[in-house]
Ligand binder design. Sequence first.
Ligand SMILES: CC(C)(COP(=O)(O)OP(=O)(O)OC[C@H]1O[C@@H](n2cnc3c(N)ncnc32)[C@H](O)[C@@H]1OP(=O)(O)O)[C@@H](O)C(=O)NCCC(=O)NCCS
Length: 184
Amino acid sequence: MTPVRTARLTLRAWTTDADDVAFVFDMYSRMDVLRYLGRTPRVLEDPAEASAMIGRWEALRDGVLGVRAITTHDGERLGCLLLKRIPWSTDAAAPGTPEDIEIGWHLHPDAWGHGYAAEAAAAVLPLAWAAGVPRIVAVTNPANAASQSVCRRIGMPALGPTDRYYDSTCELFEFVAPAGSGAS
Ligand SMILES: CC(C)(COP(=O)(O)OP(=O)(O)OC[C@H]1O[C@@H](n2cnc3c(N)ncnc32)[C@H](O)[C@@H]1OP(=O)(O)O)[C@@H](O)C(=O)NCCC(=O)NCCS
């Protein structure tokens, strides 16, 4: 996974080095971070769970898709930028229907309030379009105003509530590949 640089940020692959594991453990052991993620959020209780999580992220990587570490240019870890297949709700899709691609952002609370999620997301979208991804969705818990603001800030149109993903009702945002990109 080639690192991506923005004005303030570097996006890179996570590793199972001790400092990466410690950051991931710290971030996902906070209910502040998890409270809008999934139907029944559960904080990590053991660093080994963070290491296993990074291992699962490594398996997702294909050069475009993956879970990237968001860091400053000095290497300070800030959070995760996710670009991955999104699970359908149990009865949402016909068998064999390809999964949509989801973009998402999880920042450590110490990094909130600086616009980092929008900056990181905007940098990864062009990679997806160049790779031929036809559309990208973002879903948020209906109460997650901060995440919905990130969607709006990067210009993602809001399509209203949906039950299509994660067996839950989410607010759906969607980008369609721009004309002239690899997908069109
Ligand atoms: C979602 C998240 C990445 C936003 O990070 P952030 O650093 O607060 O984002 P920003 O500073 O760019 O703020 C984004 C916008 O949300 C607004 N905002 C922040 N917290 C808010 C809150 N609690 N209620 C309402 N709006 C809020 C900001 O004012 C800003 O609005 P603007 O774009 O109109 O200026 C961060 O809250 C987070 O990591 N949360 C935990 C994980 C999570 O829920 N991820 C999203 C899953 S869908």
